[in-house]
Design a protein around this ligand. Sequence first.
Ligand code: PLP
Length: 414
Amino acid sequence: MAHINEDFLKLPGAYLFSEIAQKVKTFKDEHPDANVISLGIGDVTQPLAPAVVEALHKAADELASGATFRGYGPERGYDFLRKAIVENDFIARGINLSEDEIFVNDGAKSDTGNFQELLAKDVRIAVTDPIYPVYIDSNVMGGRTGVLGSNGHWSNVVYLPCSAENGFAPELPAEEVDVIYLCYPNNPTGTTLTRKELQKWVQYALEHDALILYDAAYEAYIQNDDIPHSIYEIEGAQRVAVEFHSFSKTAGFTGVRCGYTVVPRGVAAKTEKGDRITLNPLWNRRQSTKFNGTSYLSQRAAEAIYTPEGKKQIQATINYYMENARQMREALTNMGFEVYGGTDAPYLWVHTPKGTTSWEFFDTMLHKAQVVCTPGVGFGPAGEGYVRLTAFGQHEATAEALKRIEKLAKHKEN
Ligand code: PLP
């Protein structure tokens, strides 16, 4: 019989969102008439922009005709999309990147999870706590994390706690690390790093020969000019950072599936002997072996985001969600909750009432208000005592959820 890769067996229980889905399903089975509103999983609710839909139709028609049909595309993505990405997301921001540093993918989850494959088993990784679970879980699968302690921390991982006390801006690691995962605007806390704070990380990586894996999936939600959209806005970052982007939240592509990864030519890691290996060709080798490209339809759809109409339309949807975030912040703060995030990100990080754990508050919200939130502890031990709420709901549902939470909060007070 084949032996299993036992690293997979180290993974704790279910993936966070599967566990939440199971609890919600059980509640709905027991209360079939309940109108449950989800402010939990970070999925979008608004339809695709008309420019995107038009591009999808057009691409489907091309595939329907023998004269314009396309089969396998280039593994790195079509030139038309990589060109649009470079011009709009980088050159327009004064960042000089070339198209061969862009790898189009089927969304940021795949590459944030897969990139660790290029790294040795014994590299020391650092993650913020709380954290988007994919970074840790993929490193568990890669056999890099050691054992899970009763404190919820893996023995070979360096944790960088993010709390209200440090303004959710992590301190530099006290011990030497090789790889640092950063995600800004942050999922789950909805907080950001200023240019100056991000500079500190790039400086650290340059001085310590460390690699930064920077997840910018929510950059389109940034409103404040002092917050960088890309780590490459920081001098020197093209020598130390790989950056992940996603069209999922930028343009409602959670179902369409498309994103991209930037692997600058200057980023390297070393062999045991000390030779520096450039990661760009290595990632290309990995992708051309394991990935056959993102669908032509998705890539044409993504290209449409960068047209003048596409830009306006996706911005209108982002504004729609950010209006939810504004109302949520205001209402929850007025109810007496301690609220973070939600100004440059579609997530709010809400302190649970005193003495209530994340899961207890999740249960209360589900059972007493029929509102689904995400328990903060599911993103790491430092998330205990918080829940994450998303602004991706429809206005009416979000307003209704806020009314119910207010009723619940008032009831608790009495
Ligand atoms: N990175 C972060 C921080 C996310 O929150 C998500 C999705 O929620 C992803 C990556 C994955 O996005 P995609 O839909 O592009 O795979």
